[in-house]
Design a protein around this ligand. Structure first.
Ligand code: ADP
Ligand code: ZN
Length: 527
């Protein structure tokens, strides 16, 4: 039998597996299910195509994306692999023909749309075959909490179950929060899967967050520091796109714009101007970027905070595709949080889902927004923060982000942590962070006096601290999992079980704080 390296070379022309690919291939070959999370472009297809060529029988790849199926089948066929797809792009006659070929063992890899699995004809055909491997592409579609929920994905588990012999199952996705990951494992009924998350790190990207007094000034400064460089400025709304583009052009910066409100003709023209370097800067909403392959984007600036880290990382990741150093900088203001809350509250519910599910989806949106906000306010390494969010391990210090570059120190904050936790406990775990900060700082707000919180033993313990210092402490307690913040319109702080160990003095609490000079728009440049 050929080795996996030989298959990789012969059919795909690659000399070596990338990080993570080999582990996935080994697991599938040994019969172990896999849950593989890798970003787009990291090389997920190799992970199931190589085992497909080494295992006996046929591999089914379940995918919702018709154009992707066609591309993959085309390139597999060119590489000499017998492959086909079964989806709605085929005429009934072509479909029957492909199905018959599959039954006759003509194909090694068959791509199939999820809705085909439950059809009579398809079931009859697969029952006569040995299916060794089922690869579920875009596996997050099985989760109702994701944006791309596909009810047909829920039928995959019973399809697998109905086969004469259970094949090994690999689930693949580019984005999955912890909750979605556990949904995938459960709903696809994976058996003791190897869970692997890799490839999210982009070492050539610098990550920065600024909280400037004036976003327009900060933006101009950032762009003027990069004369002639190609970059994208993402804005939250169409109106902001218009304003920012006008601002840049006023200052003589070569900029164009893109958002869904523009006529198609103008969008196409502006996009080409940017892609062919006739305009240096593209100012756009998140409508811009899908399917655009421009490798020399040297910065991506977010003028507003996106609603979650998945979106942020996808958009920021459009910088530095060619591997040369590039900057991803986010201009944060607390107003961004309110805007996003408003957008989440007013988003159109999916009419196919019951109210209960819709409510849960909403809660998860708030949850994700919370982590996006933490990213903007943390003093920890930003790269580490992103990688941890996506479930990947990393060093605590990368040296190439605004936190690492600004110089920070790890301090022992056990005592203030105990004070804050105990304040949350004594007020009944039903207050938000602003109120907790007020109580700790000894505010005389009416609500505090009315409720007698000024008689709590923690009242005023942080009288000598600035509000932002107390907020930073509360943020650190949240990020490190000692406090949790409920979702919804009026989030409140609660203690987690881990808080007990700090309250009892069994555990130290350390946090990273910037050392002078403090982060400002002026000295927190591009690093
Ligand atoms: P994904 O499905 O994760 O988005 P793909 O499977 O389409 O990614 O692969 C992305 C690109 O990386 C493709 O051009 C692919 O040929 C290339 N690639 C994948 N694995 C390797 C490898 N081991 N060595 C070199 N290139 C690879
Ligand atoms: Zn860092």
């Amino acid at each position: 039998m050929e080795t996996k390296e030989a298959v990789l070379r012969r059919y795909f022309g690659y000399a070596a597996f990338r990080q993570g690919q080999e582990e996935v291939v080994n697991a599938l070959l040994s019969g172990r299910d896999v849950l593989c999370v890798m970003p787009t472009g990291a090389g997920k297809s190799i992970c199931y195509q190589v085992p497909a060529l080494l295992l006996p029988g046929v591999t089914l790849v379940i995918s919702p994306l018709i154009s992707l199926m066609q591309d993959q089948v085309e390139s597999l066929t060119q590489a000499g692999v017998r492959a086909a797809f079964l989806n709605s792009s085929l005429t009934p006659a072509q479909y029957v023909h492909a199905l018959r070929n599959m039954e006759n063992g003509q194909y090694k890899i068959v791509y199939v749309a999820p809705e085909r699995l439950s059809t009579e004809a398809f079931r009859a055909a697969v029952n006569r075959l040995t299916i060794s491997l089922i690869a579920v592409d875009e596996a997050h579609c099985v989760s109702q909490w994701g944006q791309d929920f596909r009810p047909d994905y829920l039928k995959i588990a019973s399809f697998v179950e109905s086969l004469p012999q259970r094949p090994v199952v690999g689930a693949f996705t580019a984005t999955a929060t912890k909750a979605v990951r556990s949904d995938i494992a459960e709903l696809l009924q994976l058996r003791d899967p190897l869970c692997i998350t890799t490839g999210f790190d982009r070492p050539n990207l610098y990550f920065g967050v600024q909280t400037p007094h004036s976003k327009p000034l900060a933006l101009l400064e950032l762009i003027e520091q990069r004369p002639g460089k190609s970059g994208i400025v993402y804005c939250a709304t169409r109106r902001t796109v218009e304003e920012v583009e006008a601002l840049l052009n006023d200052k003589g910066i070569s900029a164009t714009r893109y958002h869904a409100g523009l006529p198609e003709e103008e969008r196409r023209r502006n996009q080409e101007d940017f892609v062919y370097d006739r305009k240096a800067v593209m100012v756009a909403t998140n409508a811009f970027g899908m399917g655009i392959d421009k490798s020399n984007v040297s910065f991506v600036i977010h003028y507003n905070m996106p609603k979650n880290l998945e979106s942020y990382y996808q958009e920021a990741g459009r910088a530095g595709r060619d591997g040369s150093p590039a900057d991803c900088i986010l201009l944060y203001s607390p107003q961004d949080v309110r805007t996003n809350r408003f957008l989440i509250e007013n988003s159109d519910p999916n009419p196919e889902l019951d109210p209960d599910t819709q409510e849960k989806i909403l809660q998860r949106e708030y949850e994700r927004l919370k982590y996006m906000t933490f990213y903007c306010t943390t003093t920890d390494c930003l790269r580490a923060f992103i990688l941890h969010y996506f479930g990947e391990k990393s060093e605590a210090y990368c040296g190439c982000c605004s936190s690492c570059a600004s110089g920070s120190a790890l301090i022992d904050a056990t005592i203030p942590a105990q004070q804050a936790l105990s304040c949350v406990a004594r007020t009944g775990q039903r207050l938000g962070s602003a109120m907790i900060a007020d109580i700790l700082r000894g505010s005389e707000k009416e609500r505090i006096l009315q409720n007698g919180w000024n008689r709590q033993s923690t009242y005023g313990l942080m009288r000598d601290k600035e509000e932002w210092e107390v907020r930073r402490l509360l943020d650190a307690l949240l990020v490190q999992g000692l406090l949790l913040q409920t979702s919804g319109q009026y989030p409140v702080l609660k203690l987690t079980p881990a808080a007990r160990t700090v309250l009892l003095g069994e555990r130290k609490f350390e946090m990273r704080v910037p050392v002078a000079p403090e982060k400002t728009a002026q000295n927190d440049g591009d690093g």
